[in-house]
Design a protein around this ligand. Structure first.
Ligand code: IPD
Ligand code: CA
Ligand code: CA
Ligand code: CA
Length: 264
């Protein structure tokens, strides 16, 4: 497999899609809801996914594509080459803020992440990594993450974690919020993974993410030494929705051991 070629191809496809998204603000954007009233999707999410799929199918006919909006393949195993794509991660931000959303893409072979991309479209920040070759923000290589104690850490966590819920021991999360330096919530899992990789956040946790939310970001995060798992500490399965955590190495263990407890 010519990974250099696939890497250049994917980067140029993402840049082209980013341009299409920026231009879309000059046209009508139709907003619909999916699973519930706050789960938004637009014609642009769908158009961008179709754009990727048409190109990838034409130029790499043996590869499969797992895309959020469902125009790709029905993927039930991780065999072969799979492009895991979220055409717009952070659709609510796209609709309400016209910023703070990203294109997220991971290219995996037999379940192993080879290439990862997160493109913050309006910030024009392009995070990318190839397995074993380091991670970059635009042309700048990202540094390896160093150990940070929880008392100095900023944790990416959504306010829903401190509201009563079925999955998590709330008391422990409240302790976590008090013990860390601060919390942030950006509304795009991909951008939050990018922030962890760039050292701007020290950890990010989410109750339920899909493969396309995290596939690209995991490749980038691993290149700088971050640890990305489900809440049992296992590698994400990438075939369905799962709770997710990514953090600096020591902090990952501290959070899972002492603060983020699934209810039995
Ligand atoms: C969502 C965003 C959000 C996360 C949700 C995702 P979408 O993706 O990443 O930050 O909390 O779980 O579904 O629907 O905007 O692509
Ligand atoms: Ca969505
Ligand atoms: Ca998403
Ligand atoms: Ca999306």
């Amino acid at each position: 497999m010519n990974w250099g070629h696939i890497d250049r191809y994917a980067k140029s496809l993402i840049k082209e899609a980013g341009h299409q998204i920026r231009v879309s603000f000059y046209q009508q954007i139709d907003v619909e809801t999916k699973a519930d009233a706050n789960d938004l999707v637009t014609n642009i999410d769908r158009e961008v996914e179709r754009f990727f799929i048409n190109r990838i199918k034409r130029d790499f006919p043996t590869h499969r594509i797992l895309g959020e909006e469902g125009f790709g393949d029905e993927v039930q195993s991780l065999e072969g080459v799979i492009w895991m794509l979220d055409p717009i991660d952070g659709t609510m931000n796209f609709v309400h803020q016209k910023r703070n959303f990203a294109i997220s893409l991971g290219i995996y072979v037999d379940g192993v992440g080879m290439l990862g991309y997160i493109y913050d479209v309006m910030g024009d920040d392009f995070y990318h990594a190839a397995k074993g070759e380091g991670a970059y923000l635009n042309d700048e290589r990202l540094s390896q993450l160093e150990i940070t104690p929880l008392s100095d850490a900023i944790i990416g966590i959504n306010a829903s974690w401190v509201a009563p819920n079925r999955h998590i021991d709330n008391e422990k999360v409240i302790e976590l919020v008090k013990a860390c330096r601060g919390t942030r919530s950006y509304g795009s899992a991909a951008i939050e993974l990018a922030h962890v990789s760039a050292g701007r956040l020290d950890a990010y946790v989410s109750m339920r993410l899909s493969p396309w939310d995290i596939a690209g970001g995991i490749v980038i995060a691993q290149e700088v030494g971050a640890v990305a798992t489900n809440l049992k500490g296992e590698a994400p399965g990438l075939l369905g929705q799962e709770p997710f955590i990514v953090a600096r190495p020591g902090l990952h263990r501290d959070l899972l051991t002492n603060y983020i407890k699934l209810k039995q």
